[in-house]
Design a protein around this ligand. Structure first.
Ligand code: CP
Length: 334
């Protein structure tokens, strides 16, 4: 049984296969219904627009039924740790929750953001791994503490749609945000762009490094795919010659558990790191991408996000097609 937890668990050939299937869904060439009246559960510990709507629509279009659960809201609060005496505020353990859902549903999607309290614990994706430990049906990661592979697959589809198969200069740039955010989108984008063989530049202020192990994986994938990974701290220089600007804010791993320190640290970066027209003029007519939701005139100016080269809506649409390809793959259809 295969899960979809990170693109790093899939070969470049397998990812190519997913992208081909996603394009076939998008072009309307593939109208198969591999879910065949079976159900998929979507478990949301955190809010969502794109992920929830695109998964619900995708399941419907594949001929399936969706069960949406929100632990602590529309279902019981959940404990994920092993060996815990559950005399606190958690009512049900993941061990029962996941196995019960597996009796009703052919797959389970789960969204569980980083709490951003304990870097060393959260970098290991404890909630997602507790689901995986107990699941006897395929799991789909709908954004965990460390990964958002559905977003990354849609991002690679969007780049492919615009530029074809050639390697491009792809800049993943940090941007200022009033509060520290998880790294999952940035991590998964970096991995997937490296797996695709792009020339990847990761621009961020000093102190906002991504996880060391993830960076090693990205460099390894890039070397294997004929691409490269470079880290830059000069945001203006990073934009020079870029074909794709991918903006995302994230919190410093140095300040997990102390958001006020991160907020103080980043205060100096607000003006410098916004994506504006002056920076975009340094690029090679780059497209602008962001996973959304995005704060206008904080992460990116109106002028940039409303320009013809902004492809954020295509990117959001492609979540639907990419996730249909993932579900079709996991449930055994070709
Ligand atoms: N990009 C993304 O995952 O959007 P949502 O948080 O709205 O699902």
């Amino acid at each position: 049984m295969k899960h979809f937890l990170s693109t790093k668990d899939f070969t470049r050939t397998e990812i190519e296969g997913l992208l081909e299937r996603a394009f076939a869904f998008k072009r309307g060439e593939d109208t198969s219904k591999p879910l065949d009246k079976n159900s998929i559960a979507l478990v949301f510990f955190n809010p969502s627009l794109r992920t929830r709507a695109s998964m619900q629509v995708g399941i419907y279009e594949l001929g399936g039924n969706v069960v949406v659960l929100e632990p602590g809201g529309t279902s019981w609060t959940l404990e994920h740790r092993d060996g815990v005496v559950m005399d606190g505020d958690k009512t049900e353990h993941v061990a029962e929750f996941v196995r019960v859902l597996g009796r009703y549903c052919k797959a389970i999607g789960v969204r569980t953001f980083a709490a951003m309290k304990d870097w060393e614990a959260e970098r290991l994706d404890p909630v997602l791994n507790a689901f995986a430990k107990h699941a006897d049906v395929p799991l789909i990661n709908l954004e965990s503490a460390m990964h958002h592979p559905c977003q990354a697959l849609a991002d690679m589809m969007t780049i492919r749609e615009r530029f074809g198969e050639k390697s491009k200069r792809v800049v993943l740039t940090w941007a200022w945000h009033p509060k520290p955010l998880p790294m999952a989108v940035s991590n998964s984008f970096a991995l997937a762009a490296a797996q695709a063989g792009h020339t990847l530049v990761i621009a961020h202020p000093k102190g906002y490094e991504l996880d060391d192990e993830l960076m090693n994986d990205a460099r390894m994938f890039a070397a294997h795919a004929g691409g490269s990974v470079e880290v830059m701290h000069d945001v203006d220089a990073a934009f020079d010659g870029a074909h794709i600007i991918y903006a995302k804010s994230w919190g410093s791993k140095n300040f997990y558990g102390a958001p006020e320190k991160d907020i103080a640290e980043r205060a100096a970066y607000r003006e410098k790191w916004i994506i504006d027209a002056a920076k975009m003029r340094r690029t090679d007519d780059a497209v602008f991408m962001h996973c959304l939701p995005v704060r206008r005139n904080v992460i990116v100016t109106d002028e940039v996000i409303d320009a013809a080269n902004s492809i954020v809506i295509d990117e959001a649409e492609n979540r639907l097609h990419a996730q249909k390809a993932v579900m079709a793959m996991l449930l055994g259809e070709n």
